[in-house]
Design a protein around this ligand. Structure first.
Ligand code: ADP
Ligand code: MG
Length: 311
């Protein structure tokens, strides 16, 4: 298996024959030739936009090789996606369709077998400071106070302690946790911990912020409040964001575009532009337009689930 290959993927059937046969590693040389003989998938720009492309993904294929059986499970199959500077893009789809795999590949935490990922035109070959990830569970250091949880990464990347403290305090204020800098994570609620997690990610000033079901572990009320907080936060900081979620309302509320993944192996079923202007308020969820867009997204997911034999 290799990472960062810049070859084009062939038709799904050919690729899956190779990969699922479990000989993908052994025949990589031959496979390279097969790949090169195929033309790049046609990628049309669905929504013209003058902003520069921040994150570019072309023909991405990610599979997991089971070393015992030699079989490979293809999770992401030839996905191409451009995300522009300042855009908030959500990925929605059935559980197990490949959303987290896709996000982890962008984060450089999972290797892709084919295709390419570029941030600011630079190939992604592993984790890097240009991307920050927030997972479902707040991954704070339990022995460090809130402030230190944020400054730690900044200092590791070479920032002077005083500057790191100043930055941490700015973001603690932004997530409305001023006064909690000296609390340990266990002294905070789940929602507060996840806010610290967000602050820590944003303080690193990544080119792209990656969120994997950031509120899935929270209760319904906190989740609702956190969606509004994130909406406000993202509008303030203007980051380029890719968020994975299985909550359609969350995706529609927060995003400029909602990308719908098929059942596994994931490819893009649709790329929908969310028409609501910004700044937005959580209240738009009550509108007829919001509900009708949610139902449109759901019908596409449901239709694909039925084709694929159910959930
Ligand atoms: P989602 O986030 O959409 O629920 P995932 O990306 O986690 O889906 O998983 C997609 C597919 O890849 C699933 O079939 C899952 O079992 C498989 N998978 C995920 N992680 C691994 C792993 N580390 N090793 C093997 N298979 C995995
Ligand atoms: Mg997941």
């Amino acid at each position: 298996m290799r990472n960062g290959m810049t070859v084009d993927a062939p038709e799904t059937t050919t690729l899956q024959r190779f990969v699922q046969s479990g000989v993908a590693t052994a025949v990589m040389g031959e496979l390279d030739n097969v790949m090169k003989s195929h033309n790049e998938a046609n990628q049309t720009v669905k929504y013209p936009d003058n902003r520069p492309v921040k994150l570019s993904i072309k023909n991405l294929v990610v599979g997991y090789l089971d070393h015992q059986s030699g079989q490979t499970t293809v999770a992401v199959d030839k996905v191409s996606l451009d995300v522009r500077e300042g855009e908030f893009v959500s990925i929605v789809g059935l559980s197990g369709c490949g959303k987290s795999t896709f996000l982890n590949a962008i984060a450089g935490l999972v290797k892709h077998q084919y295709g390419e990922i570029k941030v600011n035109d630079r190939l992604v070959n592993g984790p890097g400071k240009d991307r920050a990830v927030v997972f479902q569970k707040a991954s704070l250091f339990p022995w460090k106070k809130v402030g230190r949880n944020i400054t730690y990464g900044l200092e590791l990347s070479g920032m002077k302690p005083a500057e790191a403290r100043e930055k941490a305090s700015y973001f603690v204020n932004l997530i409305r946790l001023t006064g909690f800098e000296h609390h340990y994570p266990h002294q905070l609620s789940g929602g507060m911990q996840q806010r610290v997690n967000l602050a820590r990610a944003l303080a690193c000033d990544p080119e792209v912020l990656l969120l994997d079901e950031p509120f899935a572990a929270l209760d319904a009320i906190t989740r609702e409040l956190m969606q509004n907080e994130l909406l406000e936060l993202c509008e303030k900081v203007g980051k380029t964001v890719v968020m994975v979620t299985h909550q359609i309302d969350e995706a529609v509320l927060l995003s400029d575009r909602v990308i719908i993944f098929s059942a596994r192996p994931a490819n893009i079923l649709d790329d929908i532009r969310v028409p609501f202007s910004r700044p937005r308020k959580g209240l738009i969820k009550d509108s007829e337009e919001f509900r009708s867009l949610m139902s449109h997204v759901w019908k596409i997911i449901e239709g694909n689930a039925n084709i694929g034999g159910g959930i």
